[in-house]
Design a protein around this ligand. Structure first.
Ligand SMILES: Cc1cc2nc3c(=O)[nH]c(=O)nc-3n(C[C@H](O)[C@H](O)[C@H](O)COP(=O)(O)OP(=O)(O)OC[C@H]3O[C@@H](n4cnc5c(N)ncnc54)[C@H](O)[C@@H]3O)c2cc1C
Length: 604
């Protein structure tokens, strides 16, 4: 143990995105000694990429909005597999978290009378997303960092956790390495908060950054926590499709919120062709009404382009499959058409969607104020994650908490856009508060030398095998391609069974991964270590997806295309069995209270 540097904390937070920073601030404010470990540099976490905004029922733009409507929208979007307690806490606490960010210096866009401006987004009944143009995540990260930096939090940048340390059943810290020198570090803590984000890099086409290799999901699973709802991977309908080098990069839903429309190669607005029964009464039935909605007409209903992401993604896939797609395998998203409706359209688009304007101009040489964009579905968000207690965010492993995208429960079968940024601060704050409380009530556990030695030995094995071993990049690439083809947007039993075979084969190859060079900034080595996490989450996703024999939310089965009432009563939990193999089980969904049921009825 003397070989490795040891850091002692009350609370260790793994991840410096919105969830991790908010957790760290809260734990620190409660008097805990807090450390934050992040795989990348401070300010570079994936949260920085968030564009459209943060959902909170403040009612600034439409005073009919309140927490009850937000709760009902979130539950309906999640197709009632959400943990209702989490959905209620989220809807009630999000406005307070937005105001708190404002008090800490976030400069949100404003209404004419000076209140925080809110925009329309898919699945939200009223304009609800507090935003800063299309750079909301940047403002959130900047604000949390500026605030957090004064709290005496100890940051460890470019440091990757590879295993959690346990004392009996309890989590008592983590073991990792720094990228700069490749030195091992022990983080000894009374409580650990995982805030590591998502899993998008398990798929080939994704909007996610390189950090999203499912580390928190995998760390928690191997430490004995349950993963839940892992079959629900969100494919966002609008990612760039051309040129190939930028395929998957997100095109914010804000484009559709501002009046952008989807058309096929024949110029038809195909979203009007298929409006699900449970959204029919709240969806416009003609283009004129849809436009009025995007311009704030309270008597109008939303255009079908703003239906939930799972549905829009499948409609796009249908158009492409049936030969009505754009030249590069997507469809057209057009915001430039609004010049037919408003006089200063070019300035308006540039003001409302500055990042989108620059993104297309620089990456695809397309001026979105003048011509349509080509877009298609991209792997975007993981609804599934570590099963946690709704109030405290503690997992089934004592002392181990999870918040943000690596946690589960709030979103059920499908997340509404904007509900992630609010999730981060609502449940990040709670995770920090309860982790600090846990740390106060429990002494530091004892670090087991054997666990540390085993983790270090495992981490160095790719160097022992050297360049004669398997190329980790090749294994990662094959995994991504395979998951995209066999466990993607439309699934069947036989394809997913073959995926399991492929995963077993890739696991065997990953176990032989070899790298050359030294430990300083060695990308091959880091990829070899990431493989374990990517393969773990890929297997859990596939097993959960095979188990759910219905189509619901983001999970669509060609062999079971209908939603089943029976399956509506269960979440799927996956834990690691005593033999090391995944154990898949059905867990009854958490029941709603009478008041929650009444809210759902009122908002039907
Ligand atoms: C392009 C894009 C636009 C989006 N727009 C919106 C939006 O408008 N509204 C909305 O609500 N949501 C949006 N989302 C989703 C939202 O941004 C994410 O779900 C959210 O930011 C996740 O935050 P997080 O704190 O959970 O994780 P992150 O912000 O990703 O942070 C994860 C942190 O964990 C660290 N980490 C990971 N693994 C390890 C490890 N092994 N060891 C140490 N550190 C580790 C990373 O380095 C990072 O610091 C968008 C997503 C994308 C991709």
């Amino acid at each position: 143990m003397a070989d490795y540097q040891i850091h002692q904390f009350d609370v260790l937070v793994v991840g410096a995105g919105g969830a991790g920073l908010r957790a760290a601030i809260e734990a620190s404010a409660a008097g805990a000694k807090v450390g934050v470990v992040t795989k990348s540099l401070l300010g570079k976490a994936h949260t920085v990429m968030a564009e459209g905004g943060m959902a909170a029922a403040m009612g600034n733009v439409d005073d009919r909005d309140n927490w009850r409507v937000h709760f009902a929208d979130t539950m309906r979007g999640g197709q009632y597999l959400n943990n209702p307690r989490m959905a209620e806490i989220h809807a009630k606490e999000a406005p307070g978290r937005v105001r708190e960010l404002e008090a800490w210096g976030a400069v949100f866009d404003r209404t004419k009378d000076g209140r925080i401006l809110q925009r329309n987004f898919g699945g939200h009944r009223y304009p609800r997303l507090a935003h800063v143009g299309d750079r909301t995540g940047l403002e959130m990260i900047r604000t949390l960092q500026d605030h957090g930096i004064h709290q005496g939090i100890d940051f460890h940048m470019e440091t990757t956790v590879v295993t959690l340390l346990k004392d009996g059943a309890r989590c008592i810290g983590a073991f990792g390495y720094d990228r700069e020198r490749g030195r091992f570090r022990i983080f000894h803590a009374k409580a650990v908060v995982l805030a590591t984000g998502g899993i998008g890099r398990a798929f080939q086409v994704t909007s996610n950054s390189w950090e999203y290799t499912g580390d928190g999901h995998s760390l928690a699973y191997h430490a004995g926590a349950a993963l839940m709802d892992m079959e629900f991977v969100q494919f966002h309908p609008t990612g760039m499709v051309w040129p190939p080098s930028v395929k998957g990069i997100l095109v914010t839903e804000g484009v559709r919120g501002e009046g952008g429309v989807l058309r096929n190669k024949d110029g038809k607005r195909f979203m009007f062709d298929d409006i699900p029964a449970n959204y029919r009464s709240s969806t416009a039935d003609n283009e004129e009404e849809g436009w009025r909605y995007t311009q704030g007409d309270k008597s109008a209903r939303r255009p079908p382009e703003l239906l939930t992401r799972d549905h829009v993604a499948r409609c796009i896939r249908r158009e492409v499959k049936e030969g009505r797609g754009s030249p590069h395998g997507g469809v057209f998203l057009d915001i430039s058409w609004i010049k037919e409706r408003i006089p200063n359209a070019v300035e308006h688009i540039k003001k409302k969607l500055p990042s989108m304007y620059h993104q297309f101009k620089q990456l695809a040489d397309i001026d979105i104020t003048q011509e349509p964009m080509e877009i298609g579905p991209t792997t975007h968000y993981m609804m599934g994650g570590v099963e946690v207690d709704a109030d405290s965010q503690m997992s089934s492993v004592p002392g181990l908490f999870a918040a943000g995208e690596c946690g589960a429960g709030l979103h059920g079968a499908n997340r509404l856009g904007g509900n992630s940024l609010s999730d981060l601060v609502v449940f990040g704050r709670r995770a920090g508060e309860f982790a600090a409380r846990f740390a106060k009530e429990n002494g530091a556990g004892t670090i087991d030398q054997a666990q540390v030695n085993a983790a270090a030995k495992r981490a160095l094995e790719p160097f022992d095998r050297g360049p004669a071993g398997e190329n980790p990049f090749a294994v990662q690439h094959e995994l991504q391609e395979m998951m995209q083809d066999l466990v993607g947007i439309v699934r069947t039993e036989s394809e997913m069974e073959s995926a399991l075979g492929e995963i077993a084969r890739l696991k065997a190859r990953a176990a032989k991964a070899g790298v050359s060079g030294n430990r300083e900034y060695n990308g091959g080595w880091h990829t070899a270590l990431d493989l374990d996490n990517l393969l773990t989450v890929s297997e859990v996703i596939t097993r959960a997806a095979i188990e759910r024999k219905e189509s619901r939310g983001a999970h669509f089965r060609d062999d079971y295309p209908a939603r089943s009432d029976d399956w509506g009563g269960f979440n799927i939990r996956v834990t690691k069995g005593a033999d090391g193999e995944p154990v898949v089980e059905r867990a009854p969904v958490k029941p709603m209270t009478d008041e929650q049921k009444q809210i759902i009825e009122e908002n039907k």
